[in-house]
Design a protein around this ligand. Sequence first.
Ligand SMILES: [Zn+2]
Length: 264
Amino acid sequence: MFLVVLEALLCVLAFMFGACIFSFLNVIVYRLPRKLSFVKGFSMCPSCGQRLKAPDLVPVFSYLFLRGKCRYCKAAIGVRDTLVEILGGVLALLSAWKYIYKEENIAAFVVVFLFFCILTVVAFIDKDTMEIPDGCSIAIVLLAIAAALLPMVMPEVSLLSRVIGLVCVSLPMLLVTLAIPGAFGGGDIKLMAAAGLFLGWKLTVVSAAIAVLTGGIYGCWLLAAHKAGRKDQFAFGPFLCAGLGIGVLVGTYVIDWYMGFLVY
Ligand SMILES: [Zn+2]
């Protein structure tokens, strides 16, 4: 009984840890493209400009408690920030379960959770502005260097696999873009080069396949629903980030499942 309570408590702690970090990522997603400082300035209501106090800023719970309305002017608060916080909580729980509970590898937990943080910032900034900041791809390169220098983080990914990962998706994307200008953005290509260096070639290929599949379905839906024409473009970064996130968590299972088909 005691253990069950303890485990439940740890789950709540892991969820709130992720929600708090992703709450701060919301600030980065808003301020980075606008070249505002992350640490200076206060959070305020976008409608009435009222400076928000601590009880208004508790991830997820403030939104539920205030029923999605500003405490001061009652204007509706966007639900996206809260969904991002929930995503952070879920990702912290999943990575804590996979890396700390199952593999007892805290270094891997830290590195992978940082990777999720960067992917989230990239996905939402790309969705908002159609651009991926170079700083985010550089941050992934730094994670890749950390993972290469600390063999306990990803013991299954060799240096050769990282070098192949650097080019195995980014180079074809670059070639396609040279043939069909505007096929992929430069930011998308740099993101996949950096992520390939971090994940190694196998997970990078799986991630790219997931991104092309989900992005393709989304594109077809846009066309079918007449929300976009053939010439319109949509941000592909969010699909790449979703593919990379899923690739890290379950990519090895996807590979095993797919290889199962090839054997028979
Ligand atoms: Zn307000």
